[in-house]
Design a protein around this ligand. Structure first.
Ligand code: SR1
Ligand code: MG
Length: 428
């Protein structure tokens, strides 16, 4: 891989640990927080994601995160170019999420579109949730925060809440984020279902992978999920809401990294989030100190997913009853006509629709994290390859059921029963 080069037309240049203090030292929004003498700032590059440079900058007064987009996919190299404009979408998503779910996302201190730089609040001593789940840590208030975050951002970014002019302006704005949208369309919904060039999987999975790719019902349903993703601009999504996009301490939960933000179906964010907890659930035997040591912890993870969904439903219902001011299901048609039951009926239908989509999107997310390009550390850090293959096989079987049976599974309790049952079965 060669390093990103200066882009002559815009003056874009990637930051380095050495150049950052001098390049950003004159920005008052940063020196106010870090201290005026930028030569004394301590800078570390900590980006371990798939796409960007991420620096922690510490000064005498405090610390900030400086995130800069690279003109290519970091995970792959400069053979896969990617527009810098994704920083613009991330910035726009962050300021909207801050309005819609206050206190949950990093505050932005400075944005430079030409340099694709966002300087923002550094959450410390928080860690990435995925690492906490691998280590077996519990986070008591997390489910409530995540459920509310989804309900607030998804409801308040939709036609249920926004006026038509602002909603359509936002739809136009995010519709231009075509390259990141294309990444999701390709890596999540298409590549897993055939031998795409960028795919890879654990060697012991060859048999089950062949079975899945021969499974016409699964393939058709996965394409129905892709059609929903591409055609249903219900709300502004985070777009990449996995456990690597959540930072936690025992008392605080924060959501980061919405660069994949786009208008899409509500169930996409909820489904991706629950999928990543379900993958953490199935992967636990690969991290157990001794066989069976993580059994209680697995129960806790499943309970978290139940609590997220319950918090989501409760908050979404509350917003439906108190903030429904957009162009859909207008109060003038229901409450104002003395028909509050009509609006409750419609709410029930919307929640059922989101629940069905949630299952389908959760299933395709799990499948792609095992078969497509971008895997997750829950599975990848299991060094015993045979064990990893067994645990991933269970995830694939569970995911297949979610996608194919999403309209038939009545409740989340049924889904959790299925997870427990598949986790108990010995995989051939
Ligand atoms: C090429 S980017 C691969 C993945 O990383 C991001 O976090 C998204 O999940 C994307 O699908
Ligand atoms: Mg990310």
């Amino acid at each position: 891989m060669t390093q990103a080069t200066t882009q002559a037309s815009t003056g874009y240049e990637p930051l380095t640990v050495a150049s950052l203090p001098q390049r950003l030292g004159a920005i008052a929004a940063l020196s106010d927080r870090l201290g005026p003498d930028s030569a004394t700032w301590k800078v570390r590059e900590v980006g371990d994601g798939n796409l960007n440079l991420v620096f922690i900058v510490e000064g005498s007064k405090g610390s900030v995160i400086v995130k800069q987009a690279l003109p290519y996919v970091r995970l792959v190299g400069d053979s896969w170019p990617l527009p810098l404009k994704r920083a613009f979408y991330e910035y726009n998503a962050l300021i909207r999420q801050a309005e819609r779910a206050p206190g949950t996302v990093p505050q932005v201190f400075h944005f430079d579109e030409a340099q694709a730089i966002i300087a923002m609040e550094f959450f410390t001593p928080h860690i990435i949730l995925r690492q906490g789940l691998i280590a077996g840590h519990r986070y008591p208030g997390m489910a409530g925060v995540l459920g509310k975050f989804c309900a607030r951002t998804l409801f308040r970014g939709s036609d249920l809440s926004m006026d038509t002019a602002r909603r359509k302006a936002d739809l136009r704005l995010f519709a231009e984020s075509t390259e990141l949208c294309d990444i999701t369309e390709t890596l999540v919904f298409t590549d897993p279902y055939f031998e795409a060039e960028r795919n890879h999987h654990t060697p012991g999975l060859d048999g089950v992978v062949a079975e899945l790719r021969a499974d016409i019902d699964l393939k058709v349903e996965a394409q129905h999920m892709k059609a929903k993703f591409a055609n249903n601009a219900e709300t502004m999504l985070h777009g990449d809401l996995h456990t690597g996009s959540v930072m936690v301490t025992e008392d605080e939960t924060r959501v980061i990294d919405p660069e994949f933000a786009l208008y899409g179906p509500m169930g996409f964010d909820v489904g991706m989030l629950l999928a990543n907890f379900w993958m953490a659930f199935f992967a636990q035997p690969g991290h157990a100190e001794k066989p069976g040591a993580r059994a209680d912890y697995q129960d806790w993870i499943l309970q978290v997913t139940a609590d997220i969904w319950a918090a989501f439903q409760a908050e979404f219902s509350h917003l439906w009853r108190t903030e429904r001011s957009g162009i859909l299901y207008e109060r003038s048609l229901f409450e104002d006509q003395g028909q509050p039951l009509g609006s409750e009926q419609a709410l029930g239908h919307r929640l059922t629709h989101i629940w069905q989509d949630t299952q389908g999107f959760a299933g395709v997310e799990m499948i792609r994290r095992i078969l497509s390009l971008a895997h997750n550390a829950d599975n990848e850090t299991i060094t015993d390859e045979a064990l990893r293959a067994r645990l991933e096989t269970r995830q694939l079987r569970f995911a297949r059921q979610l996608v194919v049976n999403r309209t038939l599974t009545a409740s989340l309790a049924n889904v959790l029963d299925l997870a427990r049952q598949i986790a108990r079965e010995e995989t051939p």
